[in-house]
Write a protein that binds this ligand. Structure first.
Ligand code: NAD
Length: 354
């Protein structure tokens, strides 16, 4: 056994079907009595129903959460929280809503209960990405990590199939990079491999029958494991490329991860034999990059940056950005190989490890 460092991030996790019924108890357990409930505009009705269920323990709702956590929205939400004398936050939704809760908590230290309804995994990380003046910056702090995660499988039944697939593959990407991370360690290795296995098995079943509670349950379990991996170890080429692509060309988050993952894994493949064996085992295939490409393709998810609206001329900007801000990656950063990766991802060709 090689030497390693493992940092566990403490949070209470309640997982199951119908767990929302226990929300009042979770608020009281935090010693709170005035919860501010957060959501996107699209989930405002859902959070309003939950507010009714919370009754006197809810002081109000704020439903203006947006993708990429704009700082002006956070400051507006803090003013509302202060006016209502909120003493805890309940964030119900995907990474956008949970990001808003984290951004408020970072500035106010209010405790958070996250109720995830996608597979993005943000609830399990002490990481916050925020946007100000068009620039997205990422930071890490223990204050950002939600105190409680309430997973209720019932809430994921309405997740549209296209978002189910891309959000699930976004989660798989956390675990894939976690297995070859610079901080990889045996505990996270177990969590990451099981996370990939659970999602690869669940996504085709959830796509075929969105109300299949077993499939949804396995997918949400996998998403938690993959989010835990993201929160515990550093990421590499795949996440950096997606960050540059999303930030520069405003590409959709989960879809961009879905397109890039097989290509980033193929790029690193010759340098990560142990991780590759584990990813192959978790995907049930001898060719892990191709298995992930086929998973997206057969389930009808986007497989090209072209389909996401990325201009081909933009690829060179991503190469420039990669070399302007170099970072650790298991395979050395090589211009010709990177161009090949981006060209294939742009056109939708299968991954190649040359
Ligand atoms: P999202 O939160 O933007 O949700 C997408 C849309 O789907 C929203 O309109 C939302 O209201 C709706 N939706 C969510 N769940 C639903 C459900 N069950 N039924 C019906 N509609 C539903 O998307 P996302 O992919 O979950 O999150 C993306 C954001 O999260 C990005 O900003 C990304 O940077 C961030 N993120 C952060 C971390 C982290 O650790 N900091 C990790 C992953 C993602």
């Amino acid at each position: 056994m090689s030497a390693f460092v493992y940092t566990a991030h403490p949070s209470r996790v309640v997982f199951g079907r119908g767990t929302l019924a226990g929300l009042r108890d979770e608020v009281a357990r935090l010693g709170a009595s005035r919860a501010l409930m957060l959501s996107t505009p699209e989930q405002a009705d859902q959070v309003a129903r939950l507010a009714t269920q919370l009754g006197s323990l809810c002081c109000g709702t704020y439903s203006k959460a947006r993708m990429h956590t704009p700082v002006d929205v956070t400051l507006d939400a803090i003013a509302v929280a202060q006016a209502l004398q909120a003493d805890c936050l309940v964030s119900m939704g995907g990474g956008s809503t949970i990001g808003l809760g984290k951004a408020i908590a970072l500035r106010t230290d209010l405790p958070q209960i996250a109720i995830p309804t996608t597979y993005a995994g943000s609830e399990a990380t002490p990481i916050l990405g925020e946007t100000e003046a068009g620039v997205k910056k990422t930071q890490t702090s223990p204050k950002i990590l939600p105190e409680v995660i309430l997973y209720d499988v019932e809430l994921t039944l309405t997740l549209p199939v296209p978002l189910t697939i891309t959000s699930g593959i976004n989660a798989i990407a956390h675990a894939v990079e976690g297995l070859y991370s610079q901080q990889a360690n045996p505990v996270i290795g177990l969590i990451a491999e099981e996370g990939i296995r659970a999602l690869v098995s669940a996504l085709p079943r959830a796509a075929a029958a969105p109300h299949d509670r077993e499939a949804r349950s396995d997918a949400l379990y996998g998403a938690w494991l993959c989010g835990t991996t993201l929160g515990a170890v550093g990421m590499a080429l795949h996440h950096k490329l997606c960050h540059s692509l999303g930030g520069t060309f405003n590409l959709p988050h989960a879809e961009t991860h879905t397109v890039i993952l097989p290509h980033a894994l193929a790029y690193n493949a010759p340098f990560i034999p142990d991780a590759l064996t584990r990813i192959a085992r978790a995907t049930g295939s001898n060719d892990a990059p191709l298995a992930l490409y086929d998973l997206a393709r057969t389930l009808g998810a986007p497989i090209s940056l072209k389909a996401l609206g990325m201009p081909r001329e933009g690829l060179e900007r991503i190469v420039e950005l990669t070399f302007a801000n170099p970072y650790w990656n298991p395979a050395p950063l090589d211009e010709a190989r990177l161009r090949g990766l981006l060209e294939r991802a742009w056109s939708g060709a299968p991954p190649v490890s040359d």
